[in-house]
Every structure is written in structure tokens, then in C-alpha cells.
Design a protein around this ligand. Structure first.
Ligand code: DGL
Length: 266
């Protein structure tokens, strides 16, 4: 038993989709969420910069006494997971491996699609993780950088988003994918639109839900669960612009954000 909070972190607001999945799966666990809103987006940044920024977030959350860490951001997980694991004295879970595992389980044809930020796709991290699990599958990966600003604008079901989605997803449809990994924190909010564009034959794999399952397993295996009946307290920390985080974050979390602090890093 361990009453300390879990740390969940992201380049900004999007990681709240993962925090939400963690809240739902682990309702007794307290969470400190860190979003690097001063330096978002990480998607177009170099691997070195992403490692440096995420190392600073790691140090901050360890200083707050977290018992385990969840790297909610796909771009950080893609560029920096090993770097962070080496530096973390507490268990650390990223989003790539859980998403890859779920995709391998979901496909029947062996054609898997992956969408993500430019950095996530360029890293090849999902493709490697999928092929480690099942070397015979074919992976079709597509960067969808315009989705992040559309989602932050609240355009989950807007004609402009649909137009862009049809363009981005056309190669995946041509490749005959039957499972698509939503490899970015923002994409779960586009699920209805993506399902419509791709049609009923494609299973959408939500890395957020899969990651929350793995976090629950880790907590149980390592005997880190909060004492039974604990009432969780969630803290949200951002590096800039608390107002915007509260406003947009409510859409991601589906509820009010309490206890938002601003802590600049670097
Ligand atoms: N959180 C990022 C991810 O999941 C998306 C936003 C960004 O580019 O920083 O890859």
C-alpha cells in the first residue's frame, strides 16, 4: 500500500485524455498532472529537445514524491522513454507499448495503421514496438500534425477536420488497414469522425485506455495501490497560461479542473 500520488505528464493539455482514463480505472489513486503548456507542441521538436524538456518534468514530479509515472505524451514516449526510465527511481509507463499490443490483438488482416505527430511517426517507435510483438504484420504510418490544433480549437466534428482527415487517412485506407492506433493524446477526441471516415471495418485503438490498463497492472503487481477507501485528490500543474488550460482542458477531461498551479520549468 502506498498513499503517494501518481505522476502523469504531457507536453500540454492532451495528456488529460490519459489522466481521465487513469482516473476511471484507478478511482482511489491521487494524480499530479504536469502539462508543459509553455513549450507545447513537442510534435515538431527534435528528439534531443524532447528528451531535455521531459527530463526536467521528470525531475519536477519526482520532487513532488510520486510513486509511479505515466508518460501520457506519445511524442515523449517515442523519443525519450529509455532516457526517462534510466533516470527514474520509480516505475514509469509510456503509451507506445500498450497501444502497440492492443493493435496487434485487434488486427485480423495483419495491416495496422498508426497516426501521430510528425515526431512520433518519424521516430518509428510504434512500428518497432508492433513488429517486436508480431514481425509479420505490415504497418502503415501517417503523421497528422494538423489534428492537434483542430482538436484544441474544439473542432472535433467540423467539416474542415473531416476534409483534412480524408486526405491524411487515404493512404491507410488504400493499404487496407483494419486497426488504427490513435498515437497522439488528442486523437481520442476525434474518434467519431475517424470512425466515419474509415468505415466500420477499422478498429480504433486508443492508447490512453490501453495505458491506463497497464498502469493498473503495474500498481497491483508492485503493491503500490492507495489504501482501500482513499479519497483521491488531483492536482494539475502547467508551465504557463492556466486560463487556457482550464478552458480547453475541461473538454478533454469532461469536467472541472481543480487545483491548477503554474510552475515554469527550465
Ligand atoms: N501530446 C502530444 C502527443 O501525444 C501532442 C501535442 C504536441 O505536439 O505536443 O504526441
Amino acid at each position: 500500500m502506498n498513499p503517494a500520488p501518481l505522476g502523469v505528464f504531457d507536453s500540454g493539455i492532451g495528456g488529460l485524455t490519459v489522466a481521465r482514463a487513469v482516473f476511471e480505472r484507478l478511482p482511489h489513486e491521487s494524480v499530479i498532472y504536469f502539462g508543459d503548456t509553455a513549450r507545447v507542441p513537442y510534435g515538431p521538436k527534435s528528439p534531443d529537445t524532447v528528451r531535455r524538456y521531459s527530463g526536467e518534468i521528470l525531475a519536477y514530479l519526482l520532487g513532488r514524491g510520486v510513486k509511479a509515472l505515466v508518460v501520457a505524451c506519445n511524442t515523449i514516449s517515442a523519443h525519450a522513454l529509455d532516457f526517462l526510465v534510466e533516470r527514474s527511481p520509480v516505475p514509469l509507463v509510456g503509451v507506445i507499448e500498450p497501444g502497440a499490443r492492443a493493435a496487434v490483438q485487434a488486427t485480423r488482416t495483419g495491416n495496422i495503421g498508426v497516426i501521430g505527430t510528425a515526431g512520433t511517426i518519424a521516430s518509428g517507435a510504434y512500428e518497432r514496438a508492433i513488429k517486436r510483438l508480431r514481425p509479420d504484420v505490415r504497418v502503415c504510418a501517417q503523421a497528422c500534425p494538423l489534428f492537434v490544433p483542430f482538436v484544441e480549437e474544439g473542432w472535433f466534428d467540423h467539416p474542415a477536420t473531416e476534409l483534412v482527415a480524408r486526405e491524411y487517412l487515404a493512404p491507410l485506407t488504400r493499404a487496407g488497414v483494419d486497426a488504427l492506433v490513435l498515437g497522439c493524446t488528442h486523437y481520442p477526441l476525434l474518434k467519431p469522425l475517424l470512425a466515419r471516415v474509415l468505415g466500420p471495418g477499422v478498429t480504433l485503438v486508443d492508447s490512453a485506455e490501453e495505458t491506463a490498463k497497464v498502469v493498473a497492472q503495474e500498481i497491483a503487481q508492485r503493491d503500490l495501490a492507495a489504501p482501500a477507501g482513499s479519497r483521491p485528490i488531483h492536482h494539475f500543474v502547467v508551465s504557463d497560461d492556466e486560463q487556457h488550460f482550464r478552458k480547453v482542458g475541461a473538454r478533454f477531461l469532461g469536467g472541472r479542473l481543480q487545483h491548477v498551479e503554474v510552475v515554469p520549468l527550465g
